[in-house]
Design a binder for this molecule. Sequence first.
Ligand code: GAP
Length: 502
Amino acid sequence: MEIDKIIQIAKRRGFIFPSSEIYGGLSGFFDYGNVGVLLKRKIENSWREFFVKKEEKIFEIESSLIMHEKVWEASGHLKGFIDPITQCKKCSSFYRADNLIEESLGKFVEGLSPEELTKIIKENNLKCPRCKGELSEVKIFNLMLSTNVGPASGNTAYLRPETAQGVFVNFKNLLTSTRASLPFGVAQIGKSYRNEISPRQWLIRLREFTQMEIEYFFNPNKIEIPDESLLETKIRILTREAQKEKNPKEIEIKAGEAVKKGILPNKIMAYFLAKEFLWYQSLGIPKEALRFRHMLPEETPHYSKGNFDLEIKFDFGWKEVVGNAYRSDHDLSSHMKHSGENFEVVDEGKKIVPHVIEPSFGIERTIYAVLLYCFREGKDRGWSWFEFPSKIAPFVAGIFPLVNKDGLPEKAREIYLELKKDFDVFYDDSGSIGKRYARSDEIGTPYNITIDYQTLKDQTVTLRDRNSTKQIRVELKNLKELLQKLLNKEVEFEKAGKLVKA
Ligand code: GAP
């Protein structure tokens, strides 16, 4: 399977390592290596550019990972953030009962009670997938990870299962500090923790993962968006009606049209869905592999005025990567009730509790999709490689001396140190030049710079293009400027220098 190859490369080349591996690993946790951390950071930065910096009124914050017990009481997580669990009586493995049933019977069971799930398991004689042992009655398991704060026992606090609550509890502080009027948004990038029953599918279901969330606050009686032209963007939606079909098909529709037809609740939701659709394509995911699924009534919380999951088609099927929820005034009202704070604002001369639309992105699922869709078998060149868009490629260039003698390494290091001031570049002088190209392609580096004997004579280097493997000769004095132009797609590779014959 392609994904197995990707997972191997990811480990070997420093993208992602299993956490605590030398002690047998810790399920649901991963570490980013020297290459993976750059990929992750660049995805975060691209998101920040497009969803925060481009916007006039979206502000970024960073709240704490561990928060007061009362926060989670008010948010409903302590009571309601639960999954149904069943255990094998023979080998003691735990399973999420609803997943197990859905996978074994292809039956959608979201929202059913533990008793109903137990009945389905018994009636269908479902057994432990690992050892075929008998399964226990279904119980409820809370996914919150707790810790004790300070030396005295009894001071329970919780690791956040989403970044969102850090925004809601700071609503009043943010009103004062930003001086923003409605509509405005607050963004946050950071780790979240869920004590998942059975972490699986590599980066898909983790216990520690990174979210990029926006809480967009607005007056429901006055819907405004920053850029109407985005409503012309065509997006793909899997409607509730389509999900009733045997072979459900997505519709392709302009985001604004979907509001007019009553498929989307308002223009703000349409605006964010359009942006997400464009952004994921800019990461190398084809539009046919993207869709917004209108969540079914039984999956949608009672306070929501419409949830639309951005799903990506993975090797194992479609999976949510961004949750888009119209949470109405549920969160602010609930924190008002529990804390006694007043979160009302005056808008259009009236006091209101703002409504919220929340796009909530998962980075690890995004990375999985990027690795999957940028992966190239590379049979023609003899090694596999990643065709990352330049803006997220971990390194933009590798710098190689052709041989390790005659002053070439010294010259190559000089060029490397100069480029390093402005770009993410790496230096490699080990093995044949072919092996170095292969290693560089394997981490998706768009360009390679080779320093050879001619460099010492005429101050030129060869520049190799990852996608075509073609090489051009360019002048050293123009290298930085040229590299930037190539990365910005302002110049075509073959026109940027003298083509070198292979
Ligand atoms: N504040 C809303 C919220 O957290 P969610 O749908 O539970 O919504 C949003 O999560 C996104 O976070 C998901 O679409 C997914 O990309 C990511 N995510 C959630 N749970 C995850 C897990 N256990 N492992 C990896 N990513 C996860």
